[in-house]
Design a protein around this ligand. Structure first.
Ligand code: C2E
Ligand code: MG
Ligand code: MG
Ligand code: MG
Length: 291
């Protein structure tokens, strides 16, 4: 009987596994089709400085599904790092974000355009080519206006290689950000080894700074260390004015979150910027910083 039970369990287990694999296959098929049918879309979320100016925007991918409407990346996360999909997705993001940045630039809106690159695409032998191709298409946009976000939450299997590639990107003038800072276990290694200009403090730390003295201490240390290194510090997931005030007082140079804006379609960005008025308190406590 024990043997039977074991077999049943094994059977259940393979069923669950089957289902998981089928889900993955369906997701990858959906993304592949969306790529073919030009249904991948970028929305943009403003990033503001503590002094109350707009620094730029982060491009965030969405999938326009024929029945379900606009899907957030959570619905197709595994595709972003898939061996055959990571590069086509990354190329779409590079070309589309730079195209959009060039349009804003032409309108006189000089923004820093930040984009997320999967570690798989970054480590692809053709990544630098892909980046240069996108830059060459839009000569009106300076490389300094582009920031590549590398997430710390997905391990970089080959750090020396990532370092070499990012050094080449940096030489072109493109900026490098470490995204989701603090969520992996390589934060300090990344800071030391990668040519980073910016770190983005993950929203999981930002969320609790008001109630949790531990999180407040961690975020304070992160801000201080990175300011000493001359890096730009962006706090992600800023939802409440209290967060913005506290982060600003702690010396955080930039803020991003629903308090200011959700990610929105490209065509809504100019109007959002024109309307943006920083809260009066924002910037008041911060000593000026030249970044
Ligand atoms: P991320 O790069 O850390 O982006 C920040 C995420 O937090 C975005 O979710 C954004 O919409 C969300 N967010 C911004 N402000 C707030 C806030 O105040 N509160 C809360 N609760 N959330 C906020 P989104 O757009 O769903 O993207 C999730 C993740 O998917 C991104 O995290 C990034 O890792 C990945 N991703 C997004 N676009 C791309 C892309 O084009 N390529 C790749 N490879 N990954 C992408
Ligand atoms: Mg990001
Ligand atoms: Mg992040
Ligand atoms: Mg994140």
């Amino acid at each position: 009987a024990a043997k039977d039970a074991g077999r049943d369990q094994f059977h259940l287990h393979t069923l669950a596994l089957d289902e998981a694999i089928q889900t993955e296959v369906a997701i990858h098929g959906m993304v592949k089709q969306a790529l073919h049918e030009n249904r991948l879309v970028l929305h943009y979320q403003p990033i503001v400085s503590s002094a109350g100016t707009v620094l730029g925007v982060e491009a965030l991918i969405r999938l326009n599904h024929p029945e379900k409407g606009l899907l957030a990346p959570a619905a197709f996360f595994s595709a972003l790092d898939h061996p055959r999909l990571a590069r086509p997705i990354g190329r779409f993001v590079l070309i589309e974000a730079l195209r959009q940045g060039a349009i804003w630039q032409e309108k006189g809106l000089s923004l820093l355009v930040s984009l997320n690159i999967s570690t798989r695409h970054l480590l692809d032998a053709r990544f630098l080519e892909d980046l240069q191709e996108a830059l060459a298409r839009h000569p009106g946009l300076r490389p300094e206006q582009i920031e590549i976000e590398i997430t710390e939450s997905a391990p970089l299997h080959d750090l020396p290689r990532a370092q070499a590639i990012l050094n080449n990107c940096h030489r072109l003038g493109v900026r490098i950000a470490i995204d989701d800072f603090g969520t992996g276990n390589a934060s300090l290694t990344y800071l030391q080894q990668l040519p980073s200009d910016t770190i983005k403090i993950d929203q999981s730390f930002v969320r609790d700074i008001i109630d949790d003295p531990k999180d407040l201490a961690i975020v304070t240390a992160v801000i201080t260390a990175n300011r000493m290194l001359g890096l730009k510090v962006i706090a992600e997931g800023v939802e409440m004015a209290e967060h913005a005030d506290l982060l600003t007082k702690m010396g955080c140079s930039h803020l991003q979150g629903y308090l200011f804006s959700r990610p929105i379609p490209a065509e809504d960005i100019p109007a959002w910027i024109a309307r943006f008025r920083p809260a009066p308190k924002l910037g008041a406590a911060l000593p000026p910083m030249d970044i």
